[in-house]
Design a protein around this ligand. Sequence first.
Ligand code: MN
Length: 202
Amino acid sequence: MAFELPALPYAYDALEPYYDRETLEIHHGKHHQTYTTKFNEAVQAAGIEGKSVLEILTSLDSIPADKRNPVINHGGGYYNHTFFWESMSPEGGQPSGDLLAALEAEFGSVEAFKEAFSNKAIAHFGSGWAWLVQTAEGKLAITDTHDQVCPVSLGQVPLLTVDVWEHAYYLKYRNVRPEWVKAFWNVVNWNKVAERFAAAKG
Ligand code: MN
């Protein structure tokens, strides 16, 4: 079965005023829809129908070289956006429990983590994403990826992400990416991050 655009887990205006309805409508309804459509085309061209998106993104080497880039670009776009929507919630919140302890152990404090993550997101050159991941060695780390590269293809488990493509923030925040990154913290779904962290620890 072909991949389908997943429904947002909240209404288009649910993240106002931090993430505005118009941006979210276009970002989900147009950008994510286009990645979904083109991912299906790329999957068909590569002859890898029937695999899950995670199976595809973790076995890119098995795809013929001349068919691989569209799968990376659109498969990553499909997966990363779904992951990003689920990284946000109108409820917001704060990290707690095991996740809080791990963030404090690795970064010193939640505030220090937020500052380092924000700096990575703000400094990322061009289109891409900033991530909190669990590395292959089992450590928490802040990374960035270009275009639609997904951490799962790098052997990492993603826990949190922010989209810093201009399409993610330009309508409301114009060229001021730091304002978007600052606003993002108000709508981080910490329960979801904690759930991912617990699953990654196994
Ligand atoms: Mn995007």
